[in-house]
Design a protein. Structure first.
Length: 503
């Protein structure tokens, strides 16, 4: 009865049971996906990614990866109160803060609606905690900071007027900072150029200038940055490069598959045949472009601004991928497009009072997100920062330290995600790799390539340049019978190393 009376105060005295039912269903769906998020984070914490090692080194004062990673993330985690915490706890507290800030901006967005703001809060809340978004906010360290900065930027751009006091100055400062968080921020330049042509608001030139000045300073301070590396073709591309037309075809098809991940599980969308996905991609761009042209006189409408951001970012990113011959189209690289498109979708459905459609889509999002969490919980190979922290504080880590004895040896292991953050200055490799990470994707290795990698690890062991650390009792036949090779077994840990007398 208390909840019912509360909703009556919000919606007025003539609140119908059906509207109350809709809010109740949306509340339950939001609480369900929020529970899944909390349980997943409680179990795994932030995720370990290939870039995490570089960020941890930078926090320790080693800046060898500064050019290819985000300076902003490591800088923030070096400031109070983060610097009073252990390096593992800094990432955890940062992720919690990011989630809370995302919900705060969700609340601020909803305040802009005169009615149905609760529906938007729950619908957008489910999007922010959905499978595609959760993997950014909860797992992708630097991207999560960029995510929050982008939410603030969108709030100012979509709902605040340019001539409001301090707004342009704040936008200029924020945009300049965002460059140091993620170079994807450069898409704001073409976006604001288009916006000036539409709105005739020339004060946005100040924001463009701040972005370009920040980028110029970035270039001077970090001349060998990730953008320069891409433009100079210093990245590892797919083994068999495709021609430009096939490259465009595959990227646009993947863009459509990823975009459908707003509603459906990527486990399903990845199996959409490329020809069909390409057609859907073309249709998607046509619809976005049609909306921009058709409603250009209503450019101040929030939905129009959000669609414009979606279209410009997609063109900017796909164009850049085409230019450098890259194919990294996924949730992480497209999340600005997914974020604004999801917000625009909920605003359209609420304004047009398509309540059944809204509840149905929220149900689909909640369903596939909870299934994603459940399937993750069944795995044993999750790259969890909590697992890495547990190992770091264990006797097993001390045992490996003692065997290394300060030597800069390579470590070959079947669980690199557990130990890489504990041995930042040792090269850690997978002893029996099944995939290779290229262009943002894992490509399966052949049996011959996997065997070759294992052969290299054994050669490193025998010449004294490496040790082998196994967590899953995958003993290597005949290795312990080799001269000077010693094996240490301890609580499920197997370590092969070369006797110091042979070196």
């Amino acid at each position: 009865m208390f909840m019912f009376n509360s909703f009556r105060k919000i919606y007025g005295q003539n609140l119908s049971i059906s509207k109350f039912t809709v809010i109740t269903v949306l509340t339950l769906l939001f609480l369900a996906v929020l529970t899944g998020t909390i349980l997943d984070f409680w179990k795994y914490g932030p995720y370990f990614t290939p870039d995490t090692v570089g960020y941890f080194k930078m926090i320790h004062g080693n800046y060898e990866d500064l050019g290819v990673l985000s300076p902003f993330y490591s800088f923030v985690l070096s400031l109070p109160p983060f610097n009073f915490l252990s390096i593992f706890d800094r990432a955890t507290v940062s992720s919690i803060a990011v989630f809370l800030l995302a919900m705060l901006f969700n609340f601020k967005f909803c305040q802009q609606l005169k009615n149905q703001n609760i529906s938007l809060f729950y619908a957008l809340g489910c999007s922010l905690l959905s499978w595609w978004s959760f993997r950014i906010l909860g797992r992708a360290h630097a991207d999560s900071h960029f995510y929050v900065l982008l939410l603030l930027w969108l709030y100012l751009f979509v709902w605040k007027k340019a001539d409001e006091k301090w707004n342009i100055i704040l936008m200029s400062f924020l945009s300049a900072v965002m460059i140091w968080s993620k170079l994807n921020t450069l898409f704001l330049v073409p976006l604001l150029v288009v916006w000036i042509l539409l709105s005739k608001e020339k004060q946005w030139l100040i924001v463009i200038g701040s972005i370009l000045c920040s980028w110029a300073v970035y270039q001077v301070v970090l001349p060998e940055n990730i953008l320069e590396i891409h433009l100079s073709n210093q990245v590892v591309l797919e083994m068999t490069p495709t021609n430009p037309f096939k490259h465009f075809y595959e990227n646009l098809a993947t863009w459509a598959q990823v975009s459908l991940g707003l509603i459906f599980s990527d486990f399903i969308t990845q199996y959409i045949p490329l020809p069909l996905a390409f057609v859907l991609g073309c249709l998607g761009f046509v619809l976005l472009s049609k909306h921009i042209v058709k409603f250009r006189l209503k450019y101040n409408d929030p939905i129009y601004k959000l669609v414009l951001v979606s279209l410009v970012y997609s063109i900017f990113f796909l164009g850049f991928q085409q230019w450098i011959g890259y194919k990294e189209i996924n949730f992480r690289t497209l999340f600005p497009h997914l974020l604004v498109l999801s917000l625009a979708l909920w605003l359209v459905l609420i304004q047009k009072r398509k309540i059944v459609a809204l509840v149905t889509l929220v149900f689909l999002i909640t369903g596939h997100t909870l299934i994603g969490h459940y399937l993750t919980w069944q795995r044993n190979d999750v790259y969890s920062l909590f697992a890495a922290k547990s190992f770091h504080n264990s006797d097993k880590k001390q045992t490996i330290d003692n065997l290394l004895n300060g030597k800069q040896q390579q470590i070959y292991t079947d669980a690199p995600e557990k130990i890489m953050l504990s041995f930042l200055y040792n090269e850690v490799n997978q002893i029996d790799p099944r995939t290779r990470f290229i262009e943002g994707k894992n490509y399966l290795l052949s049996e011959e390539e996997s065997l070759l990698a294992r052969k290299r690890s054994i050669e490193a062991l025998l010449n004294g340049s490496g040790i082998i650390v196994l967590f899953h009792l995958m003993e290597i036949d005949g290795l312990d019978s080799r001269p000077y090779v010693r094996v240490h077994k301890e609580n499920g840990l197997v370590i092969y190393y070369l006797d110091s007398l042979s070196q």
